[in-house]
Design a binder for this molecule. Sequence first.
Ligand code: TRP
Ligand code: SF4
Length: 343
Amino acid sequence: MSTNDLSQSKTKRIVSGMRPTGKLHLGHYKGVLENWLQLQQQHQCYFFAADWHALTTDYANPSIVKDTIWDMLIDWLAVGVDPEKAVVFIQSEIPEHAELHLLLSFMTPLSWLERVPTYKDQIEQLREKELGTYGFLGYPLLQSADILIYRADGVPVGEDQVPHIELTREVARRFNHLYRQGIPPLFPEPESLLMPTSKLPGLDGRKMSKSYGNTIELAEEWKVTEKKVKQMPTDPARVRRDDAGTPEKCAVWDFHKVYSSKEEQAWVQDGCTSASIGCIDCKMCMLKHLEEELQPIRERRIDIASRPDDLRDIVKAGNEKARREAARSMEKVRKSLKMGYRV
Ligand code: TRP
Ligand code: SF4
């Protein structure tokens, strides 16, 4: 399913979370946050900082969460996530997620979790983190609880997360089948809203990622961005100014494809292949667009960071809204599980 499927229909409920594990960069913005901004225009969105999820892999180093969570929330607001439109909150402030996760765990076959494709891969890849834990196996189910507790219709996800939404649909179906055969069922089966993969690579042409050290952080100073771009590798064929090059062999071109007008793109194609422009000219044109995009974000960032009390109030209000909705779901869940004996 694509975002278009939802944008043509009436207002739906959307849930998405992001782990606070480091500084947000342009890849997060172009790949995820821009999508959120579109969704919030039309749909009822719940966006949360997935701090418990961060602990599934970083349990040995919980300061990562404390050090990054507020910066992440500032980044969200600075790019335009609008707390008037979307509910912005912190996962661990809504203990109902954990309660639902527990209740769902009783009816979820182990085999469903073991066959999530990333499970064995990740244990291998992140060997130093010792992920043979109960919580790591169960984390896709925690994600299911995050989604189902708001009775979401859709979840914007990257390719790698699609199996988690599939699991969520199966869990919803199983719950509805076991306890709630009424119409409508308690949990709608959420759709995956597949986000197109970002066309913007990292500074070295590979995927933009902290682990490759090829990022432009949303919060960094303009001088730093400028320097990084000036140092970007270009087509190695252009050793001297009058050597011709091939834009397709250069990451700067990928940036132009995202940011520059058709005329400018033609100018790059022409100038690069005929050696009539230098790489610095080419980068300066791209930098101008980057600056237009990043500077307003950075100014808003500084403004938001200078008013920490307002930020807290925003998140507090989001927590309260989310909690009310989660509590409503849990009432129904407990009733389905015949827990009316509680005093
Ligand atoms: N698992 C997601 C990730 O690692 C984050 C996440 C947690 C999430 N709960 C979610 C995403 C619910 C969408 C919906 O990126
Ligand atoms: Fe890359 Fe532009 Fe230099 Fe061509 S002119 S190699 S596209 S930076």
